[in-house]
Write a protein that binds this ligand. Structure first.
Ligand code: SAM
Length: 312
């Protein structure tokens, strides 16, 4: 029996609210993902500007950030583009699941010159309150990433949030409805091989994985197609982290809100002892290793509206 998404979300929101104070100390992989996301966006901006330059004197066209540019006001490299940005008025960035602002800070620094409004939102009020950039942005707490948060946006981003979304098609459909044609959604999440072999080891000591499995590439592609978004780029990789014990690994996961549903991980002291004893994924120095599997995706709303039942 699958759980009601509303119950899952209110549980996740309360878990993240509890974790908000200690979140930054444990969110190493999220930090790595934020850097990948930023690098991807910067390379898109550079590609965009190179394209503008090569099409110099061409007529109006729309970039992936939806800037309608004239041939003669092509954007230069990011660093030199601050002064002369005639098209920054009424251009919106929306960051979903922004949390404490690990991603917000660096994105703001690089993207602010290109946009007039930077809006951050999160399902958890406390996570939003802890956002280090709250003074520079417009914040919207208790904003569900499956419900359109604005009338329109020229760029949507989210870091390490998508894995908490029970229905990816609803999520992408809401992004579709607020993105301007030609604009993109860049996000990172955790993939279906995330934290393996932890889950296998847990299963061996009798702890089943009751929470939502992470999304596979196939699910991501299907949901994007159903919602009308084009998947422009998908990259996945592994990130290994070492812990002094299985218990500290489990504590970190719990702190980050993993468990994902009210059924979460329930594990006894005896099972933890068995895990410590059997744990096979050790580093040469005997540290317990965990292997995260982040992915990064770039989705674009086509320039011409596609007819699709989800978005009618
Ligand atoms: C792992 S944290 C990532 C926070 C931040 N983006 C970062 O990079 O550190 C996931 C965040 O997503 C939020 N979240 C979970 N489900 C959400 C939803 N349906 N809508 C909006 N935010 C959500 C959580 O409250 C939490 O702050």
């Amino acid at each position: 029996m699958s759980l009601d998404p509303h119950i899952i979300k209110s549980y996740q929101s309360s878990q993240f609210s509890k974790a908000s104070k200690s979140y930054d100390q444990v969110a190493h992989v999220q930090d790595v993902m934020a850097k990948q996301l930023l690098a991807c966006l910067l390379s898109k901006l550079e590609m965009d500007s190179a394209e503008q330059l090569s099409r110099s004197n061409s007529l109006k066209h729309t970039s992936i950030f939806g800037s309608t540019l004239q041939g003669n006001d092509a954007i230069g490299p990011i660093k030199s583009s601050h002064q002369n940005m005639p098209y920054t008025s009424n251009r919106y960035v929306l960051e979903l699941g922004a949390g404490t602002g690990i991603c917000t800070a660096s994105l703001l620094r690089h993207l602010a010159p290109h946009f007039s409004h930077y809006i951050v939102s999160d399902l958890s009020f406390q996570m939003m309150q802890a956002n280090r950039c709250l003074a520079q942005v417009q914040g919207r707490a208790v904003m569900d990433a499956c419900v359109p948060a604005l009338k329109r946006a020229h760029l949507v981003v989210s870091n390490a949030m998508v894995q908490w979304i029970p229905n990816l098609t609803d999520h992408f459909s809401s992004i579709y409805s607020l993105l301007e044609p030609g604009c993109i959604y860049v996000c990172t999440g955790f993939g279906s091989k995330n934290l393996f072999p932890l889950y296998e080891e847990l299963a061996q000591v009798g702890v089943s994985r009751k929470y939502q499995p992470m999304h596979s590439l196939e699910q991501i592609e299907d949901s994007a197609t159903l919602s009308g978004l084009n998947l422009l780029r998908y990259t996945e990789w592994f990130y290994e982290q070492e812990f002094s014990s299985v218990l500290s690994l489990l504590q970190q996961i719990k702190m980050l809100g993993a468990g994902g549903s009210p059924e979460g991980i329930k594990i006894s002291r005896k099972q933890i002892q068995a895990l410590e004893k059997n744990w096979s994924f050790l580093s040469p120095t005997g540290q317990v290793r965990a292997r995260w599997q982040p992915w990064l995706g770039v989705f674009q709303k086509p320039l011409a509206e596609v007819s699709n039942p989800k978005n009618k």
